[in-house]
Design a protein around this ligand. Structure first.
Ligand SMILES: NC(=O)c1ccc[n+]([C@@H]2O[C@H](COP(=O)([O-])OP(=O)(O)OC[C@H]3O[C@@H](n4cnc5c(N)ncnc54)[C@H](OP(=O)(O)O)[C@@H]3O)[C@@H](O)[C@H]2O)c1
Length: 274
């Protein structure tokens, strides 16, 4: 089966399944690094971190043997997102990651600094080659419209938001809007922090396909072009299982069963998140 890829506005393409790292870096650090490396080896090259997570050093170590294959995403905290603050935060992230460029650098969520200041810094960081792409996180349609209206705002290459079977609100407007503007949507907490997989509908669909409920959840999220889940898996077996979702093809009957168990939105629902 031909694998669908995520395409960024400049044409760069990557695998639609990434890897999260929130809450990594504890006692199992070296196993987590091995798990991330296994994911990259399988083609799950996008690795998501943030200055907030305290996992940038770990990510830097994980990708050291294969930096050119990896696609690193990091994020500036809103409290640092002034023009100067964004530039300084990026330099600190680069040092912690041990790399000279970040593939995609996001504003983590909306804060007190005007978007115009943050975006001006992001555009300059891109010109300087310190970041390859920039984007946003936790922004709903109106704020994304604002970003696109700014000078060079059309460079915005992604929006990372909460999206899983229990939180389908963005299907009402943000996903269609993002598709129209060809801006990839990165789905965070795609597994509902691991809780969704016990649902009986998902177990039943998984059984029909000889798959697992987690693979059903991820295949369902990747059904739309431009949506990219970034599950965090600190166990190598979980990474391998998640990788299996790329070859799972759900049927019309599966879509209907999922919609009955997790109804899609019928009106605007404000963006959910942390
Ligand atoms: N931009 C933002 O504001 C924002 C907010 C939240 C998260 N994020 C990003 O999104 C990433 C993912 O979200 P998340 O960490 O909140 O939750 P998640 O990916 O929905 O769930 C993570 C949990 O699922 C488990 N898991 C993974 N694969 C599994 C499998 N195949 N079978 C069973 N369990 C499995 C993990 O276990 P193990 O670790 O034990 O393998 C972990 O306990 C984060 O790590 C972070 O990078 C971004």
């Amino acid at each position: 089966m031909e694998q669908r890829l995520i395409t960024f506005p400049d044409g760069q393409q990557i695998c639609p399944l990434g890897q999260g790292t929130y809450q990594m870096g504890g006692r199992r650090r070296s196993e987590e690094i091995q798990a991330l490396r296994r994911g990259i080896e399988l083609g799950l090259t996008l690795i998501d971190t943030a200055e907030m997570y305290g996992t940038e050093e770990l990510v830097g170590e994980a990708v050291r043997p294969c930096r050119d294959k990896a696609f690193i995403v990091s994020k500036v905290l809103p409290s640092n997102a002034s023009y100067e603050g964004t530039k300084r935060a990026c330099e600190r992230s680069l040092r912690r990651l041990g790399t000279d460029y970040i593939d995609l650098y996001l504003l983590h969520w909306i804060g007190r600094y005007p978007f115009s200041e943050t975006v001006r810094a992001l555009v300059e960081l891109r010109k300087e080659g310190k970041i390859r792409h920039w984007g946003m996180s936790n922004l709903d349609v109106a704020d994304m419209e604002h970003i696109l209206s700014l000078p060079n705002g059309a460079e915005c290459a992604a929006n990372q938001v909460l999206y899983n079977l229990g939180n389908r609100g963005i299907e009402y407007d943000l996903i269609p809007w993002s598709e129209r503007h060809r801006i990839p949507v990165m789905a965070y907490t795609p597994l509902g922090e691991g809780q969704l997989r016990n649902h009986k509908t998902l177990k039943e669909i998984a059984r029909r396909h000889g798959a697992t409920p987690t693979q059903v959840i991820l295949a369902w999220l990747m059904r739309r072009p431009g949506v990219m889940p970034i599950p965090k898996a600190s166990h190598m077996l979980h990474v391998e299982e998640n990788y299996g979702s790329l070859s799972l093809v759900l049927t019309e009957e599966d879509w209907q069963a999922i919609d009955a168990a997790f109804p899609p939105p019928v009106r605007k629902i404000p963006l959910a998140g942390w």
